[in-house]
Design a protein around this ligand. Structure first.
Ligand code: ATP
Ligand code: LTN
Length: 339
């Protein structure tokens, strides 16, 4: 039996170690993870099984997996309070994912925006089946821990709906097994846009130089990228849904997400100022967030054995819970228990 870690409701979330983590990952996901950790029993995983839905260099993947876990902690996740682990260290994720894949209707999978976007960028013939089945694996991650809340960015809302639908389908076919999770997105920063192209989501796998600020960017480089962000030819600094004004809106949103100030207070702060002032203030507040994060990151990467011991404890805690849920699902579906 799994040890009851604590009686608080559970949270689970993850980020793919598919590149360098961006301020989009921080504002959309990590910042919320930190905020909920004292009220929930939190499980935060580095989703390496998801990362291989795109081609990864093996050494680089191993490096990014450790780096991501270290960033979680540097961003404020306390491994004494929350469970930090690597998805592939807990085989139950792959095992439940297969069972869920078998009951996931192709129609649902084909409708997923992330699949449509990512597959549109590749030749049809070469698209890996993992990209299509990605949401079933994500559902397994969440359902294994009976997570009630899943803090993510806006782009993951559809996958959460899918997870709920699939859980309901399983429960209906085989009896109450899984908890239906709710999505949690931040008020500001749920969809940070590219600095060089503010009509596209900031993404860690986009390669252009001034697209994203990475959490481990040299601070002067981070500042430069923000100073070079695409704006427009208007002058007024205010929040706006107009496509034309997406760049300024994005900078204001980053400012709002980092400082926590209200939109009205932010607009009055910038009243009468120019885009240069806006960029400088955004750069200042982003750099003030990155600096201590990078300090903690360097410290813990230099502490021999620390990260690996966190991931070992995390794996044990996660596996105990995941294996129990997997066993229940296997029994419900009719697998013969090994004697
Ligand atoms: P990739 O480009 O490799 O597909 P990504 O940068 O979109 O990755 P994910 O690993 O898919 O990042 O996402 C991890 C978490 O970060 C998710 O909760 C996702 O919603 C959130 N996130 C990613 N990009 C942004 C963004 N631009 N704004 C807000 N949240 C984001
Ligand atoms: N699909 C997510 C990453 C992810 C995840 C999860 C998020 C994998 N498993 C479980 C929350 C819960 C993404 O951001 N692309």
């Amino acid at each position: 039996m799994a040890e009851p870690t604590n009686s608080k409701p559970r949270v689970l979330s993850g980020i793919q170690p598919s590149g360098n983590l961006t301020i989009g990952n921080y504002l959309g996901a990590l910042k919320q993870w930190v905020e909920v950790q004292s009220d929930y029993d939190c499980f935060y995983c580095v989703v390496d099984l998801h990362a291989i839905t795109a081609e990864q260099d093996p050494d680089e993947l191993r490096r990014k997996t450790r780096e991501s876990a270290a960033i979680y902690i540097a961003a404020g996740i306390n491994p004494e309070v929350s469970t930090v682990f690597v998805q592939s260290h807990v085989p139950a994720h792959s095992e439940l994912a297969w069972m869920l894949t078998c009951m996931a209707p192709l129609g649902w999978l084909n409708r997923m925006t992330q699949f449509k976007d990512k597959s549109a960028r590749q030749a049809q013939e070469s698209i890996g089946a993992g990209l299509l089945n990605y949401p079933s694996l994500m559902a397994a991650d969440i359902l294994l821990y009976h997570a009630e809340l899943v803090p993510v960015g806006d782009d993951q809302r559809q996958h959460l709906e899918f997870t709920r639908d699939l859980a309901q389908r399983f429960n209906h076919l085989y009896g109450e097994t899984f908890t239906l999770p709710s999505v949690m997105t931040p008020k500001a920063g749920a969809r940070v846009m590219g600095l060089d192209n503010p009509t596209a989501k900031m993404s860690k796998s986009e390669e252009s130089e001034n697209h994203a600020v990475y959490l481990l960017d040299d601070l002067s480089r981070a500042r430069k990228k923000i100073m070079r962000a695409v704006t427009d030819s208007h002058r007024e600094i205010r929040f706006s849904d107009e496509r034309e004004r997406a760049g300024v809106n994005n900078l204001l949103t980053i400012y709002q997400a980092v400082t926590g100030e209200s939109r009205a207070a932010i607009e009055s702060h910038f009243a009468g100022k120019g885009y240069g002032d806006l960029k400088r203030d955004v750069a200042d507040c982003v750099v003030a967030t990155l600096e201590p994060l990078q300090g903690r990151y360097n410290e813990l990467m230099n502490e021999a054995g620390y990260l690996d011991s966190v991931l070992k404890v995390g794996r044990e805690k996660a596996a105990a819970i995941a294996e129990d849920t997997l066993k229940l699902a296997q029994e419900r579906i009719g697998f013969l228990a090994p004697s």
